[in-house]
Design a protein around this ligand. Structure first.
Ligand code: DX5
Ligand code: ZN
Length: 208
């Protein structure tokens, strides 16, 4: 299981040190919020660029934006390795996936808890990953929605090779639920950054 700590739960006065503290993880999850697609604003490409030299992890950028397409180039330039956006956004989905792949990086598509998994089906052949939200996007520290695991099982059955990532409310207990449903990558914000011993917490989340 790969672990992707979410910088949203880091101490924003020491983001560089926080990124270094999770160097035993696999991906660094970067939550980008526009205050429109979700009722919160986080940080933008300049912060991602500032973190790039301090981390060797895969930069996993999660765009919670109404209009992600315009920002793809900016996050590629900032150092993104994977860009995931939402099927509920207002841009053309196929065009936005193509824009990500045009830059030679990997494309992901995400969906909110209330969106049926079938909404993703027309795009699966073009995707590297699907990010299944297990909380309403916008804030860290919410409760894991176990009823979203049916989406993982449906996607795994349909596309065995697709990378399946889970985001929201992941801790030591819910990580096991995600593993049993077929998850490949777990995003964890609060679960990692509020831990007393961060490397130990990352090891525990791997469910090995
Ligand atoms: C929520 C974000 C998540 C968030 C997860 O909109 O997409 O990545 O940081 O935080 P926790 O792990 O605290 O639920
Ligand atoms: Zn996220």
């Amino acid at each position: 299981m790969k672990i992707a700590p979410s910088m949203l739960a880091s101490d924003f006065t020491k983001m560089g040190a926080c990124a270094e503290a999770v160097k035993d993880a696999d991906w660094l999850h970067l939550d980008i919020m526009d205050g429109h697609f979700v009722p919160n604003i986080s940080f933008g490409p300049d912060v991602v660029r500032a973190l790039r030299p301090v981390s060797d992890l895969v930069f996993d950028v999660h765009l919670m934006l109404s209009h992600p397409k315009f920002y793809i180039q900016k996050f590629v330039d900032a150092g993104a390795d994977i860009i995931t956006f939402h099927v509920e956004c207002e841009d053309d989905i196929a065009e936005t996936i193509a824009e990500i792949k045009r830059h030679g990086i990997k494309a992901g598509l995400s969906l909110k808890p209330g969106t049926p998994v079938e909404a993703l089906y027309p795009y699966l052949d073009e995707l590297y990953l699907v990010l299944v939200m297990t909380v309403e996007p916008g804030f860290g520290g919410q409760k894991f929605m176990a009823d979203q695991m049916d989406k993982l099982r449906a996607l795994r059955a349909k596309r065995p090779e697709l990378v399946l990532e889970v985001d929201g409310g992941v801790n030591r207990e819910t990580a096991l639920v995600c593993r049993d449903a077929g998850a490949d990558v777990l995003v964890a914000g609060t679960g990692v950054f509020k831990a007393q011993d961060i490397p130990a917490e990352i090891r525990a989340l791997r469910c090995e």
